[in-house]
Write a protein that binds this ligand. Structure first.
Ligand code: 5AD
Ligand code: SF4
Length: 462
């Protein structure tokens, strides 16, 4: 076979493997890439050493996320040395920022594809087969992959992520996402509803709507509350969650809707980032501590039993001990059910990188972060102790991590519950009485199978 004939070999039957790092959005993107590749006749495989093409879907949000990916790419170079036909591609948020490094300096990978260019992957793969490196990191103002049905090759079949918008226009000063993922755009409501209908038909029971700032979801015929209204009607036995809203413009009518509809979950992730007004201003978060706390009060008034989580950054530029303590007291006041806590990591191109100095020493960042985490663990333990004796409707996701004899699943409030398997199965809604708890998990005893309609019929007027 001549070189040219070889280069025209089709992608049909090539095996691919995608390894995903970072946020839920990245996992949702990998499912979009699955579809695009499978349309070409390519086959997903479960292990990298069986693949002809390995993709690494990358995250750039903090330095340690990037370091993890770099190390993995170096490992994959080892695989490439033993299999010269192997193609390695980088997808996602690290793509644009380091395309030159990736291709020229490191000679580590064959192709680089940014988050808005996934439709171009088949062409790029053919270019690699032609013996050339391939790059497309163009960002788009329109791409929402609306017509693509994500293919979920991993996961439990009961829960899924559904992307409702892409990009971000918020420009928080610490955050690289607007640069890696581009301008904000919303996916048409009809395409979201179609996907939810398909998920429901396939037995999926709990869907999380994803966007960098879901409050600003907007199309010709919908805003976020309208979208939530419609999604909750697709299947009353299908739970709907969302992530993440922004505290600056959280719609109060959505709170009423959540309170009314049994399948809209009583759980809101509402990133605070800091509890100090000066810090919030530097972070370009347009709300104050007082406004944030007022929002939390309103949420809890309208949705009794609401469970809350947040994101917190320790040691942002110029943070003093007192400002750090304001974050601690905010967390103490709110008493979140869960928190994602990070040490600040400077990212090139962000406003903070251009304007402020990353002047909190690493040890201080680490110490502040451990104080925050330690306090949060205590709060979670206390909150979860109050769960003992209560009942929850748990959606079974599958066997627990520790034992096949036990099942695990989440409450409406997003808490993981472990209980004895008995006759219950994945996808069942089971009423569980809580007997024990840690800061991370509840343990209980299943009482009987139920459904959203049955369980909430008396508790919630619709
Ligand atoms: N350093 C540390 N944490 C960050 N986050 C975003 N950018 C940074 C950064 N540069 C955190 C924020 C955000 C979450 C997804 O990641 O808390 O809400
Ligand atoms: Fe997700 Fe942000 Fe990481 Fe990109 S940089 S993968 S959007 S967390």
């Amino acid at each position: 076979m001549s070189y040219n004939e070889a280069s025209r070999q089709d992608l049909d039957n090539k095996q691919f493997y995608i390894e995903t790092y970072g946020c839920q959005m990245n996992f949702a993107d990998s499912e979009i890439v699955n579809f695009i590749l499978m349309e070409e006749g390519m086959k997903p495989v479960g292990e990298p050493d069986k693949a002809d093409v390995i993709f690494v879907n990358t995250c750039a949000i903090r330095e340690n996320a990037e370091t993890k990916v770099w190390n993995r790419l170096k490992e994959l170079r080892g695989l490439k040395e033993s299999n010269r036909d192997l193609t390695v591609g980088v997808l996602g948020c690290m793509a644009e920022r380091i395309r030159d490094q990736i291709i020229e300096q490191e000679q580590l990978v064959d192709m680089v594809v940014g988050p808005d260019a996934y439709r171009d992957i088949p062409r790029l793969l053919r270019q690699v087969d032609d013996g050339r490196k391939a790059v497309n990191v163009l960002l788009s103002l329109e791409e929402t992959y609306a017509d693509i049905t994500p293919v979920r090759t991993s996961g439990n079949g009961v829960t899924a992520f559904v992307s409702i918008m892409r990009g971000c226009d918020n420009m928080c000063s610490f955050c690289v996402v607007p640069f890696t993922r581009g301008r904000e755009r919303s996916r048409p409501m009809e395409s979201i509803l179609d996907e939810l209908k398909q998920l429901s038909d396939n037995g999926s029971r709990e869907e999380t709507l994803l966007g960098q700032n879901v409050n600003s979801y907007r199309t010709d015929n919908s805003d976020f509350t309208t979208l939530m209204d419609h999604t909750s009607r697709v299947d009353p036995e299908m739970r709907i969650r969302f992530s993440s809203p922004h505290p600056k413009d959280f719609p109060v009518d959505l709170l009423h809707l959540i309170a009314e509809r049994p399948n809209l979950c009583n759980y809101i992730h509402i990133p605070a980032q800091s509890g100090n007004n000066e810090m919030l201003e530097r972070m370009r978060r347009p709300y104050t501590r007082e406004q944030y706390l007022e929002l939390i009060d309103t949420m809890r008034e309208i949705i009794p039993g609401l469970s809350l989580s947040t994101d917190i950054i320790a040691g942002f530029c110029g943070e003093t001990e007192e400002e750090h303590r304001d974050t601690m007291t905010l967390m103490e006041t709110v008493r979140y059910d869960l928190a994602y806590m990070f040490a600040y990591s400077e990212r090139e191109r962000t406003l903070a990188h251009r304007k402020f100095e990353d002047d909190v020493p690493d040890e201080v960042k680490k110490r502040r972060l451990s104080e925050i985490i330690e306090q949060q663990m205590m709060i979670q333990q206390e909150i979860n102790l109050t769960e003992i004796g209560r009942e929850h409707l748990v959606l079974v996701e599958g066997p627990s991590k520790r034992s096949d004899e036990q099942l695990c699943g989440r409450t409406d409030t997003n808490k993981m519950v472990v209980f004895d398997r008995e006759e219950y199965r994945k996808g069942d809604y089971v009423v569980v009485e809580i007997h024990d708890s840690t800061s991370a998990t509840l343990k209980g005893q299943a009482k009987h199978k139920s459904s959203i309609r049955e369980y909430y019929s008396e508790a919630v007027p619709v």
